[in-house]
Design a protein around this ligand. Structure first.
Ligand code: GLC
Length: 571
C-alpha cells in the first residue's frame, strides 16, 4: 500500500450518540453504550468514529446548540466516560473525531448570556448585534431554519444574528477573542487524544458585515416548497441559483479560507489529525494541503436517482475539480438526510439497491463515511403524531404547510415529519428484543424505534445471515481493507456509454495492482463491453463464484450484480 494517512484508509462510522445504544437505561443513548459496542464496530471493519455533538446542550437543535464546549452532556456521561471510550477505541485501532460547532453556540452558553446582558459587556462583540432598520430587522436575510435571521432582544434593544434557530446565535469570528476561545476548545480535545473534527456548517462562519439585502425573487418557504417538489434537473438548477442569491451574503465568504488555514496549522502541530468539513465545496481543500483534509461528496448523496451516468458525471466533476494532493470523501447519508432505502428503494429491489449504494461508497475513490444503521438497512420513520416530533424543523414546516399553504392537518403532519430530521435519527436496531435492544424493555426511547426491527432489520438477526445487508457491508469493508488498489488506486471509468452498468478500474500507478469494479444498476441482465484486454480473478461478487478467472473484455452481469475482479498481471 502506498504511504497513506490513517484517515485516507479508514472507513468512518457516524454515531448520533442519543440514538446509538443506551447503557444507563433511561431511553437515551450514551457514551458507555457506544463503548460496549466497540467490538461490533471493530468486527464490521470500522477504523474511525465521528461522534455527533456530545456536549452539554439545552437540545433545541439536539446538541448542535452547545452550552459548554469542554464537557460532556450529563445524560451521555462524564469526561471520564469520554476518556474511557476514547482509550478503548484507540486500543482497537479505532480513531475518534468530534463534531465541532464553530458558527454558533447555544443561547444558554455563558458567552451569550454575558453578551446579551448589556451593550457594553466585554463579550457583547462576541456575537453579531445590530440596530434594527425601519422598525424591523437590520436586513432581509433568512435563517436557513425559517423566518428572519435576526432576533430582537428587548433587554438591550438590538437584534442578534442567527443562521440557524434563534436559540443558536452566531459567533462573531471577526473578533480575535472568539477565535482564541475556540482554538482553546480545539486544543482541549486534542490534548485528550481525539483524532480530528467534523466541522459543522463550516460555510456559515462569516457573513458580509455591510449587511446588504439579498434579492432573491421568492420567499424562503416558497423556495423550499418548490425545491422539495422539483422533478427535473433543469428546475433544480434554476432553484439552486435562486438559493445562492438568497444566501449569498451569509455563506462561503472568502474570509473562511484564512480561518481554515489557521485551524489547519494548529491541528498540524498535533500530528495526523483530520479535519472534515460539512460542505461539498471543493474550495475548502485549499491548495490540497493547507485547509481541510476532507470535504463530503454531498452531490452524490443528494442525487435524486443513482444511475451509472449520474455517478460517472459526479466522479468526473469531483475528482477533476480537486487540487492535487486532496483526498475525496464519500457518504450516502447522515443525521440531516433521508435514509438510503427511503430515498432509493423501489419496494421491489430494496436490498439490491441498498447494496449498490454501499458498494458505491466503499469502492469509489475516497474515504467512506457510513451513517449508523445504514449497514442493516434502517429506514426513515415518519411520525404521524405532532406531539412526538423532536426536531423543531419538522414542527416549523408543519406550521408553514398549515398557515402558508393551507394544507389539512393530517397531511401537514406527514409533510412536517418528512421535512424534519427525526425520521433518520431513530434508535439503532440491535436485536429483535423489545425496543430493538436499544434500551431496556418497558423504557420509552427518546424517539420511537422503527417497528421493522421485528422484521429482520436488526444487527443480531443479520449477523447470523450470510446474505444479509450487514454481512455484505462487512465482507466489502474487509475486502477494501486488504486491497490496496481499492483504497489508494486511481479511478478510471470504463464502458462509459452504458446506461445500466457502472464499470471502473481502481489502479495503482504505474502498472501496480488494479481491480475492476462492475455494478449492474438495472433490474435486467446485461452484457457490457469494457474493451479491457485483460483477465481477471473474481474477488467479490453478489453472483459469481469467487476466484473464477475470466476474460474481462466483455462481461455478463445479472440484475443488480456487483462484482470486483482483481486484474491478472501480464494478461
Ligand atoms: C449542521 C448539522 C445540523 C445542524 C446544523 C446547525 O448542518 O449537521 O444537524 O442542525 O448544522 O448546527
Amino acid at each position: 500500500m502506498p504511504e497513506l494517512k490513517w484517515w485516507q484508509k479508514a472507513v468512518f462510522y457516524q454515531i448520533y450518540p442519543r440514538s446509538f445504544a443506551d447503557a444507563s437505561g433511561d431511553g437515551i443513548g450514551d457514551l458507555e453504550g457506544i463503548r460496549r459496542q466497540l467490538d461490533y464496530l471493530q468486527d464490521l471493519g470500522i477504523e474511525a468514529i465521528w461522534l455527533c455533538p456530545h456536549y452539554p446542550s439545552p437540545l433545541v437543535d439536539w446538541g448542535y446548540d452547545v452550552a459548554d464546549y469542554t464537557d460532556v452532556a450529563p445524560e451521555y456521561g462524564t469526561l471520564a466516560d469520554f476518556q474511557r471510550l476514547l482509550d478503548e477505541a484507540h486500543r482497537r485501532n479505532i480513531r475518534v473525531i468530534l463534531d465541532l460547532v464553530l458558527n454558533h453556540t447555544s443561547d444558554q452558553h455563558p458567552w451569550f448570556q454575558e453578551s446579551r446582558s448589556s451593550r457594553d459587556n466585554p463579550k457583547r462583540d462576541w456575537y453579531i448585534w445590530r440596530d434594527g432598520k425601519d422598525s424591523g430587522p437590520p436586513n432581509n436575510w433568512y435563517s436557513v431554519f425559517g423566518g428572519s435571521a435576526w432576533e430582537y432582544d428587548p433587554r438591550t434593544g438590538q437584534y442578534y444574528y442567527h443562521f440557524f434557530f434563534k436559540e443558536q446565535p452566531d459567533l462573531n469570528w471577526r473578533n480575535p477573542e472568539v477565535k482564541r476561545a475556540m482554538f482553546d476548545v480545539v486544543r482541549f480535545w486534542l490534548d485528550r487524544g481525539v483524532d480530528g473534527f467534523r466541522l459543522d456548517a463550516v460555510g456559515t462562519i462569516f457573513e458580509d458585515p455591510m449587511l446588504p439585502d439579498q434579492r432573491a425573487p421568492i420567499r424562503y418557504p416558497e423556495w423550499l416548497k418548490a425545491w422539495h417538489s422539483a422533478s427535473d434537473e433543469a428546475e433544480r438548477e434554476r432553484l439552486w441559483r435562486i438559493r445562492q442569491e438568497m444566501f449569498r451574503y451569509q455563506e462561503d465568504l472568502p474570509e473562511v479560507h484564512d480561518l481554515m488555514q489557521e485551524l489547519r496549522a494548529l491541528v498540524d502541530t498535533y500530528g495526523d489529525i483530520v479535519l472534515v468539513g460539512e460542505t461539498e465545496d471543493l474550495a475548502y481543500y485549499g491548495h490540497g494541503n493547507d485547509e481541510l483534509h476532507l470535504v463530503f461528496n454531498f452531490p452524490l448523496m443528494k442525487a435524486p436517482r443513482l444511475t451509472p451516468a449520474v455517478v460517472r458525471a459526479n466522479q468526473q466533476e469531483r475528482l477533476g475539480g480537486m487540487p492535487s494532493g486532496a483526498w475525496p470523501c464519500n457518504t450516502m447519508g447522515n443525521h440531516d438526510f433521508s435514509r438510503v432505502l427511503s430515498r432509493y428503494g423501489d419496494g421491489q429491489h430494496d436490498m439490491e439497491i441498498a447494496r449498490i449504494a454501499a458498494a458505491l461508497m466503499l469502492t469509489l475513490r475516497g474515504t467512506p463515511f457510513l451513517y449508523y444503521g445504514e449497514e442493516i438497512g434502517m429506514r426513515d420513520l415518519i411520525l404521524t403524531d405532532l406531539a412526538q416530533f423532536k426536531d423543531p424543523l419538522g414542527r416549523w414546516w408543519y406550521q408553514v404547510e398549515r398557515e402558508l399553504f393551507g394544507t389539512p392537518h393530517e397531511e401537514a403532519v406527514i409533510r412536517g415529519a418528512r421535512f424534519g430530521r427525526d425520521k433518520c435519527r431513530t434508535p439503532m436496531q440491535w436485536s429483535p428484543a423489545p425496543n430493538a435492544g436499544f434500551c431496556p424493555p418497558g423504557v420509552q426511547p427518546w424517539l420511537p424505534v422503527h417497528p421493522n426491527y421485528m422484521e429482520g432489520v436488526n444487527v443480531a438477526d443479520q449477523l447470523e445471515d450470510a446474505w444479509s445487508l450487514l454481512s455484505f457491508y462487512r465482507r466489502l469493508i474487509h475486502l477494501r481493507q486488504r486491497t490496496p488498489a481499492l483504497v489508494a488506486g486511481d479511478y478510471l471509468p470504463l464502458a462509459e456509454d452504458s446506461e445500466e452498468a457502472l464499470v471502473f478500474l481502481r489502479a495503482l500507478p504505474p502498472n501496480g495492482p488494479a481491480c475492476l469494479v462492475a455494478m449492474n444498476m438495472s433490474d435486467r441482465p446485461i452484457r457490457v463491453v469494457t474493451g479491457l484486454r485483460k483477465w481477471g480473478r473474481c474477488m467479490f461478487s453478489t453472483h459469481r463464484p469467487e476466484r473464477r478467472e475470466e476474460d474481462l473484455r466483455e462481461l455478463r452481469l445479472a440484475p443488480f450484480e456487483i462484482t470486483i475482479m482483481e486484474l491478472k498481471e501480464n494478461s
